[in-house]
Design a protein around this ligand. Structure first.
Ligand SMILES: Cc1ncc(COP(=O)(O)O)c(C=O)c1O
Length: 388
């Protein structure tokens, strides 16, 4: 019997990919890392002085605990989202923490939540930490990674409590559409399921599209939790602030908020300096978003220009986000492609299996790296494609 709970992994040994990477790093190989997901390490121009000035606030010298989060911060978030009611917002240390709180709120140990596939890899881990089962439902490539409700139905079990969606989805960069949103509301409400909508990348569309929906929109037939945070919305993952917006039928909404507040009160993770600085940081967010968007747009264009369809490779269409998905010929598995690129060209991409694509062979590139680095990575990739 293990001394430790099975909420932590059976083995913490690095996988083959991490082990190869470590060996190459230790040998001083000139690596080009196109998996960088940290915007503060990507040479993005941040308004440094203004960001730091916002922390210099004498109010932070007093401790005034508030489980829901300070009103001023919630008002600023509400305003940034086009006039929400701050009373329906609750602050957390990050979006990941918010997931944990929602699983505690909605699930008994052993209950399940439906999570999309392919999508953000952390769900399995966040659910396991709460003794909850993450059951995957497929996003359908032919429907631009939209929902197939009969498939979703097939993955429900009597202990399903919530449906998670990521809008836009990571890594496919595809947005929820209005018709699907209406349908999902009905689907969930009819089955007494909550909806958890992760909208951390919502502001990063290549261009507007009136067919798109935010989970903040509409009449909320189902209890709906919409998540975001400074990590992506302001490109400030180090500041550690996420938020949950609660909507739905009145009684359920009010009780969910009170219970979430009770959970938050056990942790009180958001520091006073961050809460006081949040309003100012959110004023700076559009400029930071725009710097990130110019980077991702530029790199996406460079990628599309570099990958010729006659090579057998293609860049999947996308509507936004911070990464791009490449489809490689299935002459190798994803792992073989990644290891081959790493060993022969010293360049790193992510395999599609990190995101649980249903089939091979997808490789995921971050669009954040500095242009010189990104272009060097592209050169190595295209040289490798030509030599295969
Ligand atoms: C879809 C998605 N949700 C949530 C997060 C985590 O956000 P946070 O830093 O607020 O925990 C990420 C981070 O990459 C993400 O891709």
């Amino acid at each position: 019997m293990s001394r430790f709970s099975r909420r932590t992994p059976a083995s913490l040994e690095p996988n083959r990919l991490s082990a190869t990477l470590e060996t190459l790093r230790a040998a001083g190989a000139p690596l080009v890392d196109l998996t960088l997901s940290n915007p503060t390490r990507a040479g993005i121009a941040y308004p440094r002085a203004e960001l730091l000035d916002a922390l210099n606030d004498p109010r932070s010298l007093a401790y005034e605990p508030s489980a829901q989060g300070l009103l001023e911060a919630r008002q600023a978030i509400a305003a940034r989202h086009g006039g929400l009611d701050p009373a329906n917002l609750l602050l957390a240390g990050s979006t990941s923490e918010a997931y944990g709180w929602l699983f505690k709120l909605l699930c008994e140990p052993g209950d399940s939540v439906l999570v999309p596939r392919p999508s953000y890899p952390l769900f399995e881990c966040l659910a396991t930490l709460e003794a909850v089962r993450a059951v995957q439902y497929p996003l359908i490539e032919e429907l631009r990674w939209g929902f197939d409700f009969s498939e979703m139905e097939r993955h429900l079990d009597p202990r399903t409590r919530a449906i998670v969606l990521v809008n836009p989805n990571n890594p496919t960069g595809t947005y929820l559409k209005r018709d699907q949103w209406l349908h999902l509301q009905e689907f969930a409400a009819y089955r007494h399921l909550a909806i958890i909508a992760d909208e951390v990348f919502f502001d990063y569309a290549w261009q507007p599209d009136p067919a798109r929906a935010s989970a903040l929109m509409g009449s909320h037939l189902a209890l709906t939790f919409t998540l975001s945070g400074l990590s992506k919305a302001a490109g400030l993952p180090q500041m550690k602030l996420g938020w949950i917006h609660v909507a739905g039928p009145e009684e359920a909404r009010a009780e969910a908020l009170s219970r979430l507040e009770w959970i938050a009160d056990s942790y009180l993770p958001v520091s006073a300096p961050v809460q006081h600085a949040a309003a100012r940081w959110l004023e700076l967010a559009p400029a930071i978003q725009s710097a990130i968007r110019s980077r991702t747009t530029r790199n996406r264009q460079a990628l599309e220009d570099a990958i010729r369809p006659e090579s057998g490779w293609r860049v999947l269409p996308s509507e936004g986000g911070w990464c791009a998905v490449l489809e490689a010929p299935r002459i190798h598995s994803e792992e073989e492609w990644i290891l081959h690129l790493l060993q022969s060209r010293h360049m790193l991409l992510q395999p599609g299996f990190f995101y649980d694509f249903e089939r091979e062979a997808f490789l995921v590139a971050s669009l954040l790296p500095a242009p010189e680095l990104f272009d060097e990575g592209l050169q190595r990739l295209t040289a490798s494609i030509r030599s295969v």
